[in-house]
Design a protein. Structure first.
Length: 351
């Protein structure tokens, strides 16, 4: 019986991997009960590496080229099997091929907004999407950490793990780049570079090299986008308090029109009354100054004094206005100096 088994046994003298499709990272050469012929040929093509594994231990690793399998080309395997120098018999061993070409256009993205710290907005929850490319750089480490003894290991088997590594480093990348959120869209290359630098070490622990990272889009949740739009609008009027109050009034008009008669909006309008009056005076003063008339400037000063007079100003209106201004300062629309100046001005009306 043992003789018949020996006769049926085939000896493999050519070992190679002709990749039949995309997406295969590791492939186990089908040995069955066959043995490798001593002096046989191993062909490793460009973008491939081959690894011999003996009884679960990684032995010899081969890069691209054609090799004659002898004790000289298999030094580690020779040591593990205790072959003497005259060994010339067929032998058993597991052989794995690994694809080392780049796996391109792998997608990453935030399923849920990710919290980051921004120097302009404070804590911000953003969404980001992009793609990346990687390759196997260390097949021995990849075999030990990832693919193991499976017959085939594909990019889809690994996709979720790698996407998670990308996402967990987004906050680190934003912090390392030092780029404010408002400037991220104009600095996508720098942000992508920082994300690559932050994530590459984790890829290396798996035997992988992270080749490229690209950022395709970055956006805020809708509620924060509204704040951003308001800040952009304020950037267009600058630090002019008159224009600031006119801008706030323009923003409030649609709300007052849609909620006429509502006590909350009516109270907001009353609370902003004193500030609107000041803005109108400043705007009037600016127009008169451009005409260069001294008499016009005096008239404007008189109008400003009338607007600042405490007549008809209620304490609750002033407090409501201060609360509004406090909210604008908290959002970064008003500076501390602008808020303090406006606060002092309004408190005088209570005297």
């Amino acid at each position: 019986m043992a003789l018949m088994d020996f006769i049926r046994k085939q000896f493999i003298d050519i070992l190679e991997w002709q990749e039949s499709g995309d997406g295969v990272l590791a492939w186990r050469y089908p040995m069955a009960d066959n043995e490798i012929q001593y002096g046989g040929s191993l062909t490793v093509r460009e973008s491939q590496m081959a690894v011999f594994v003996n009884e679960g231990k990684v032995a010899d690793v081969f890069g691209p080229g054609m090799y004659k399998l002898t004790t000289q080309t298999l030094p580690v395997l020779t040591y593990l099997k205790n072959w003497d120098k005259l060994f010339q018999s067929p032998f058993k061993s597991d052989l794995y091929f690994f694809s080392t070409r780049q796996q391109i256009d792998r997608r990453w993205g935030t399923a849920q907004p990710v919290s980051i710290r921004d120097k302009d907005f404070g804590a911000v929850r953003l969404r980001a999407f992009g793609n990346y490319a990687y390759r196997i750089a260390d097949p021995k480490l990849f075999f030990q950490q990832i693919s193991g003894t499976r017959d085939t290991y594909t990019v889809d088997d690994l996709d979720g793990q790698l996407r998670g590594l990308m996402l967990q480093h987004i906050s680190d990348a934003v912090a390392a780049s030092g780029i404010p959120f408002l400037d991220l869209a104009a600095n996508q290359v720098e942000f992508a570079k920082q994300l690559k630098d932050a994530t590459a070490p984790d890829f290396g622990l798996l035997g992988l090299a992270l080749e490229t990272v690209q950022l395709q889009s970055v956006s805020l949740p809708e509620e924060l986008q509204k704040v951003l739009d308001q800040k952009i609008g304020m950037g267009m009027v600058g630090n002019d308090m008159g224009k600031f109050m006119q801008y706030q009034t323009a923003q409030a008009i649609p709300a007052m029109a849609s909620g006429a008669g509502g006590s909350g909006i009516a109270g907001d309008a009353m609370g902003l009354g004193a500030g609107v009056a000041l803005g109108q005076v400043l705007a009037q003063q600016l127009g008169q100054g451009l005409q260069g008339g001294a008499a016009s400037a005096q008239a404007a000063a008189a109008a400003a004094a009338a607007a600042a007079a405490p007549t008809g100003v209620r304490a609750e209106d002033v407090m409501a206005t201060l609360e509004k201004l406090g909210e604008l300062k908290a959002k970064g629309i008003l500076t501390d100096e602008e808020f303090s100046a406006k606060k002092a001005e309004l408190l005088k009306k209570l005297v």
